[in-house]
Design a protein around this ligand. Structure first.
Ligand code: UDP
Length: 210
């Protein structure tokens, strides 16, 4: 086989990434499969679902894996697993995504339809920018960060590794979201968020434990 592309995760995220992967120029002539450790079927949306071992042992001239699972810690663990098996991590970018000047995005990014990155931005490994999200000027985003759909990240925001930003959240300019923080759906973040904190609401406040 010439080229084999695996979309790791055959659930919601993976099914949203597969059509984008299929449309990439590198996919011409390639076989595209889902990889899933607990597959619920043999196929989905016209693509076979393979186990990781099946993917790893199948001979191909070129292979790559896209990590299409929203949870940051799971992506990180699977990136290590792929590295240990010598499988390169690939990126996917929707053709309509807008990326302006001086934007550096690390390996393994999945950039969904209608995403915009403006200028002078640095993003680490395996970023997920889901549908309609934007990243404004001068942002610094770490490794394995997830933006759910519709995240509005304004200028000069720093986001630490493994942060998860929920759907429709808005982050004010010039602040920091710490590593491993979770920003709830629709939150309006007006102050720094501590590492590991969970914040919700408008204005966003730490979730109180009951
Ligand atoms: N999964 C996997 N290996 C793991 C963790 C998850 O193959 O170590 C698969 C899991 O079986 C499921 C998918 O990844 O099919 C994650 O789906 P989920 O709906 O939880 O999340 P999403 O698609 O929204 O990221």
């Amino acid at each position: 086989m010439n080229r084999l592309i695996g979309i790791y995760g055959a659930s919601g995220c993976g099914r949203g990434i597969m059509p984008l992967a299929r449309a990439m120029p590198e996919a011409v002539g390639a076989q595209l499969v889902f990889i899933d450790d607990t597959p619920l079927a043999d196929r989905v949306n016209g693509h076979e679902i393979w186990t990781f071992n099946q993917f790893a042992k199948t001979q191909a001239r070129e292979k790559q894996v896209m990590l299409a699972i929203a949870a940051p810690d799971v992506r990180s663990r699977l990136a290590d697993k792929c590295a240990a098996a010598g499988l390169p991590i690939g990126s996917v970018r929707s053709a309509d995504a807008i990326i302006m000047d001086d934007v550096e995005v690390g390996q393994g990014a999945l950039i969904s339809p209608y995403v915009t990155f403006t200028s002078n931005i640095r993003i680490g490994r395996c970023f997920h920018a889901n549908l309609y999200s934007y990243v404004e000027h001068d942002c610094r985003i770490g490794d394995f960060v997830t933006f759910a759909p519709g995240v509005r990240c304004n200028g000069n925001v720093a986001i630490g590794d493994f942060a998860y930003i929920g759907a429709g959240a808005m982050i004010r300019q010039n602040l920091t979201v710490g590593a491993g923080a979770v920003v709830g759906m629709g939150a309006v973040v007006t102050k720094d968020v501590a590492p590991g904190a969970i914040v919700i609401g408008n204005p966003a406040r730490p979730l109180e434990k009951k």
